[in-house]
Design a protein around this ligand. Structure first.
Ligand code: AMP
Length: 193
């Protein structure tokens, strides 16, 4: 089964995707996590990535398209995957649409977790204290929210319109356990054939 989890920064999509990943025993493909792990390599590319990510801007579509396309056809994903943080631009969405078509991969569920801007700010600031993520500072929150509203929100609209039978919206301000419960109900009611 193949899932896409959407939502603005701080919506809790990573938390929910992780829980769903262990429930379904399929990998959680967080492009943010994959990119952060590349930062440890300390080569030329990672220095560039570091500066883009710490400013809250988006990394180039080519890099993301390559990372995701390699992952989703890998052995690790032969029972499915949960995409978290991708696609994030129209270009990525078009790339993914073509790629899954050419590789005979179905998207079974698209989950959009929504939260208001004030909750996003509070959550990210709180997370910055716990996880010490460089891109969780007050200066970058606005950049990341703007990038989401400008680049990513239109994708959710596209999916809502064109994938309406597999598209669900979930209120991300509810408790983690409640959201997870709802997600598992949706999964149980989904035909994965
Ligand atoms: P996240 O952990 O999903 O909030 O991602 C952290 C950062 O990684 C983002 O602010 C971007 O700089 C970068 N990033 C993650 N996923 C993508 C993507 N699909 N496209 C472009 N940049 C991304």
């Amino acid at each position: 089964m193949q899932l896409i989890v959407f939502g603005p920064p701080g919506a809790g999509k990573g938390t929910q995707a992780k829980l769903l990943s262990s429930y379904l025993s399929i990998p959680h493909l967080s492009t943010g996590d994959i990119l952060r792990s590349k930062l440890n390599e300390k080569d030329e590319i990672s220095i560039k990535l570091q500066s883009i990510m710490s400013s809250g801007n988006l990394v180039s579509d080519n890099i993301l398209n390559q990372i995701v396309s390699e992952k989703i056809i890998s052995k690790e994903c032969n029972r499915g995957f949960i995409l978290d943080g991708y696609p994030r631009t129209i270009d990525q969405m078009n790339y993914l649409n073509n790629y899954i078509l050419n590789n005979n991969i179905a998207i079974n569920l698209i989950i959009n977790i929504f939260v208001d801007d004030l909750t996003i700010q509070k959550r990210i600031l709180n997370r910055s204290k716990i996880e010490n993520r460089e891109d969780d500072s007050i200066q970058t929150i606005q950049t990341r929210v703007n990038a989401y509203n400008l680049e990513t929100k239109p994708i959710a609209e596209y999916y809502k319109k064109n994938y309406h039978s597999v598209y669900y919206e979930i209120d991300g301000t509810n408790k983690v356990e409640e959201i997870q419960k709802k997600l598992r109900e949706i999964v149980k009611n989904t035909n994965f054939s």
